[in-house]
Design a protein around this ligand. Structure first.
Ligand SMILES: NC(=O)c1ccc[n+]([C@@H]2O[C@H](COP(=O)([O-])OP(=O)(O)OC[C@H]3O[C@@H](n4cnc5c(N)ncnc54)[C@H](OP(=O)(O)O)[C@@H]3O)[C@@H](O)[C@H]2O)c1
Length: 328
């Protein structure tokens, strides 16, 4: 509901992270008043204060998702909450608690503070980890990762995000919160925060710098960070939006991803060798983003997103800036 001061106040948890920062930017561009949370708002967040509209409409507050009272304070007077915060790593000792307990805390704190709508950032790690699914099956919002398989393969991140999303749904239903879930794939694109994101290291920097000598025989889904931010606002602003929304631009085999990088940036020595050369190539699975597209969502092509990502990593000094002979 808009107020005399313009659009309503909303809170973004994990505002200084990769997706959080892009979401804050999108919300400010659309005129919202935004309260962002960070565990240490005075560190690493200058990029948020530099955003257009930040001076007038952005405030940052200290909150840890494991500290219930800090979330209650952060959500005070907010019409909506975007619960984005969660470590993105298999090895973070805080992962399980921050993902699962943190999400439970966020939903309950939102309910206690009379928040009308919560948008939760899940991950396609909560969807695609299921060896029993046929490769011909269309992956859509009805699909869930297999928890036993996640544990067996030591994918603690996928395990945590699957349990966290189910927890969010259960708690929201108990507390009468209108919850909408955005389920992004591997996210690429322009990075606003200065630090190097783990996924960017694994997907791009390690290849460009030649640390990775082979690529896996694997298939991944990708989406641009601006599309992820737009999807969050789209489901927030659509009163009828409910349940899960897969947010995936393209699904490709690693070989195609590598080939795209080589074509766009031939100046880097990127490996063209598969780790598993003798095995049959894993087939990309089919997926549906019809639910999000029906709300008007259009996705950035992967090639364009990859190009933006590499340029941004160069600008930030994470990869060397060799002479650029892009095909775009
Ligand atoms: N990047 C991807 O490819 C991808 C894909 C699908 C889904 N996602 C989901 O998107 C969300 C954001 O990920 P990201 O890629 O933007 O990661 P990121 O850049 O590492 O940001 C993670 C954020 O979570 C916050 N956080 C971690 N533990 C916290 C805690 N105990 N209390 C409060 N805040 C905490 C961090 O805040 P501090 O500033 O306080 O450290 C940081 O802002 C996550 O929920 C992730 O699962 C990411």
């Amino acid at each position: 509901m808009a107020t005399a001061a313009g659009k309503p106040l909303v809170c973004v948890t994990g505002a200084g992270g990769f997706i959080g920062s892009s979401l804050v930017k999108e919300l400010l561009q659309r005129g919202y008043r935004v309260r962002g949370t960070a565990r240490n708002p005075d560190r690493k967040n200058a990029h948020l204060h530099a955003l257009d509209g930040a001076k007038e409409r952005l405030s940052l507050c200290r909150a840890d998702v494991l500290d219930y009272k800090s979330l209650v304070a952060a959500f005070r007077l907010c019409e909506g909450v975007f619960h984005v915060a969660c470590p993105v790593s298999n090895n973070d000792p805080e992962l399980m608690a921050a993902a699962i307990e943190g999400t439970k805390n966020a939903i309950n704190a939102a309910a206690d503070m009379g928040v009308q709508r919560v948008v939760y950032t899940s991950s396609y790690g909560a969807v695609h980890m299921n060896p029993k699914r046929s490769p011909d099956e269309v992956v859509d919002e009805s699909c869930w990762s297999d928890l036993e398989f996640c544990l067996k393969t030591k994918n603690f991140y996928c395990f945590a995000k699957t349990v966290a999303e189910k927890t969010a749904m259960e708690e929201a239903s108990k507390r009468g919160i209108h919850l909408v879930v955005v389920v992004p794939a591997f996210t690429l694109g322009e990075t606003l925060q200065p630090g190097l994101h783990l996924a960017m290291y694994m997907l791009i920097v390690s290849y460009v710098k030649g640390t990775r000598k082979t690529y896996p025989n694997a298939v991944s889904g990708f989406v641009d960070v601006q599309d992820v931010a737009r999807a969050h606002v789209l489901v927030y602003e659509t009163p009828t939006a409910h349940g899960r929304y897969l947010c995936i631009g393209e699904v490709v085999h690693q070989s195609e991803f590598i080939q795209m990088m080589i074509e766009l940036f031939p100046q880097y020595q990127i490996t063209a060798k598969c780790k598993d050369e003798n095995a049959p190539k894993v087939k990309p699975y089919k997926f549906s983003t019809k639910r999000l597209q029906d709300l008007g969502m259009k996705f950035t092509p992967l090639k364009k997103s990859l190009h933006k990502t590499v340029i941004c990593l160069q600008e930030q000094g994470h990869i060397p800036k060799l002479p650029h002979k892009s095909a775009l």
